[in-house]
Write a protein that binds this ligand. Sequence first.
Ligand SMILES: [Zn+2]
Length: 256
Amino acid sequence: MIIDTHAHFYFPEILENIEEIIDNSLKAGVEKIIMPAVDFKSCETILGLVSKYNMLYAALGLHPGDIKNLDESEFYKLEPLLKENKVVGIGETGLDYYWDKTYNDKQKVFFRNHLELAAKYNLPVIIHTRDSVAEAIEITNEYRHRIKAQFHCFSGNTDELKQIISCENFYVSYCGNITYKKSDSVTLVENTPVEKMLSETDSPFLAPMPHRGKKNQPAYVVDTIRKIAKIKNMDENTLIDAIHKNTEIVFPGIFQ
Ligand SMILES: [Zn+2]
């Protein structure tokens, strides 16, 4: 059974077709989907969706790209939401130095706040990085005995990958871009033990081949998994079973 640990379902174009997208997921063998939030508005949309659809679960957090205009004092509004039904993780949070470097320090404050909440509520944390892997690892490392972490859509270098997989509580996942011809993630996938892998799509972004160019959806996670199995020269179902075991460890909330 396959789990998509990362699908952004609050976009209008997804909400319009949600019945069809869920139906496609089930047909593809995807049994559960975790939807990370990026801001307070998406937290609300996601909480609405999880109460309506059995297979959907929520991760709540403020994306580093979406906090620029938030006051640091507003972070407190996140905590009460974590007690809602079917909240199984915190995120996505992290550091994004790609688009705008003018508020890196503020990003670090918010990131640490998320990690504190993850420790306090014993929830796994979903980490976004862009041009920031080294620093994200350094900060997450301070919490390595207190939290479980997923470095989602991982794109660091081999050394950074080694640092992550050497931590018992840290995991990585790869998106559909590993199926693209010019992908430099092949070496990363080769060097990632299956015991450290989770599966995700990052829908509606980064659709894997042969769907590249279309809007991504959880059903397409099978194409990414197939590619990982091929790179690692292993049986697809063995890989699916291994990833499932890891998901039980990192996101126990979706199996309760
Ligand atoms: Zn995301």
